[in-house]
Design a protein around this ligand. Structure first.
Ligand code: HEC
Ligand code: HEC
Length: 178
């Protein structure tokens, strides 16, 4: 059985403490290398704790006309439990026009088991994002992107267990809709 791992486990931006590197013979007691490593580990942990305080755990959702940043990049590289970005996004990505401009006129819907579970508006940067609870990764969803004016839409041909849309929709796989 295949398993979809949460993006956070693949893309944690938090530096891991370095492995202890044994000192070459004659370069001082191993104890000092251990102490140095322990100090580095504590420093990394302190930075880590500072980076994921409760002030970053806020509710956010994209809105028509708003602006955001990093269009096209994987938002969850930073907007997740151990990231530096405000808000732990459960779904986020970017939609483009055929001219590769931000698509500010798109609506994203997610359907699980035939039931629509989420609707998101792209903002003026073409980005959509939310911190709302979603069924993934336990349950997969079928994403669909609709043009608000023409009602034309494109749907993902198979269900997906991750809301980190830009993890895959990058380069030639960008989400492009009239
Ligand atoms: C490289 C890390 C990084 C990436 C990638 C990233 N962000 Fe951010 N984002 C941040 C940081 C850090 C902040 C906080 C900046 C601040 O508080 O001024 C932030 C702030 C925001 C905010 C404002 C939150 C608020 O209310 O102050 C929004 C909205 C946002 N990001 C959306 C996105 C979207 C959408 C994506 C993907 C298309 C994305 N970000 C990708 C790091 C990132
Ligand atoms: C694990 C990788 C992956 C993730 C994550 C992912 N997709 Fe996809 N998606 C694909 C692939 C692969 C295709 C097929 C691309 C093709 O047929 O050209 C696709 C196709 C689509 C299509 C149809 C595109 C078209 O031009 O017809 C839409 C719409 C779509 N995805 C939306 C989303 C949204 C929204 C998200 C986030 C909720 C998402 N996808 C997350 C891999 C992914």
């Amino acid at each position: 059985m295949s398993r979809v791992y949460p993006v956070s486990s693949l893309l944690s931006p938090v530096a891991q403490p370095p492995h202890p590197v044994p000192l070459p013979e004659g370069e001082g007691p191993v104890g000092s290398a251990r102490r140095k490593w322990a100090l580095q580990a504590v420093t990394a942990l302190t930075l880590h704790l500072a980076a994921c305080g409760p002030e970053l755990d806020v509710a956010l959702q994209s809105q028509r006309g708003g602006t955001s940043h990093e269009a096209g990049n994987n938002c969850m590289a930073c907007h997740q439990e151990e990231g530096l970005g405000k808000g732990r996004f459960t779904v986020a990505g970017t939609a483009y026009t055929p001219g590769r401009e931000p698509n500010a006129n798109a609506t994203i819907t997610l359907t699980a088991g035939g039931v629509q579970v989420l609707t998101l508006e792209t903002d003026a940067s073409g980005n959509f994002y939310t911190t709302a609870p979603v069924p993934m990764p336990e349950e997969s969803v079928v994403p669909k992107v609709t043009n608000l004016t023409t009602a034309d839409s494109i749907s993902m041909p198979f269900p997906v267990g991750s809301g980190a849309c830009n993890m895959c929709h990058t380069g030639r796989l960008k989400l492009v809709l009239d």
